[in-house]
Write a protein that binds this ligand. Sequence first.
Ligand SMILES: [Fe+2]
Length: 296
Amino acid sequence: MLHRNSGSDEAPRILGAFNEETPDWLSFFMFTYFTDRDGKYQLGTLKESAFDPLSRTCEFMLKEEAHHMFVGTTGIDRVVERTVALMTEHDTDDVSAHGAISLKTVQKYLNFHYSVSVDLFGSETSTNVANYFTAGLKGRWSEERRKDDHRLTSEAIMVDAITGDGEIGQTEVAALVGLNTDLRQEYISDCQSGVNRWNRILDEAGLPQRLKLPSVAFNRKVGVFAAIQATPDGVVISEDEWNRRQGEWLPTAVDKTFVRSLMQPVHERGKIASWIAPPRQGVNGQPFDYDYVHLR
Ligand SMILES: [Fe+2]
């Protein structure tokens, strides 16, 4: 079990998103925003379990998950705040010369972490999950708010599909086998709330640029869209075009090296790295410039 949990080249973790590297704080914040949020939704289905010890354990773990996600939400807030401040101050989109991360690079990191996290919900349909649901081992997100019979014997759901002419579309299946899709949809609308929040920072600064979630078909390795390539806007493209253009949408080696180069520790009290704004609130209600740490 310990060997399984360790995660290495010989024994990679089963879920792809957990094998991705986290070499800088932007990746870390994106991971905690998007990938920990997957955990929230998986735990949310098990919290509904008729097996009481499992249900209660998940209830507890959800509280811990909320803290992880808070780190991501506020971390990305602070990166965007800093970028926006420099964009406004210097009237430029290219804030890299000022030691910050451009909005374009933030968007690429968002595209990456969101798409690998969307994969974690598995294929669009699953008979295994249908069986777990029917057996009462798991439920849906917010089961108590659902207005149906909670058995799904006659309901239907639209799931992602590739149409006859190779386009991105949807198809109707029995709700019971579409539970992965149901959960992924809940997750996606939750992710959108973070994007809205970061866009408010841009809006309040009077800037027209916006961040956005890429198409659900973008950069997928799991599910029906693994078979195609698509742009963040949801246009199906050829393998060749994908290979040529993916650096426009996903972090390149150059982007990653640049972001990593910004990761310089700042130890002076009241000072902060060039690429991130100070927290809006200090620990325990103290100001940012507070003598938190005494070293002897
Ligand atoms: Fe977590």
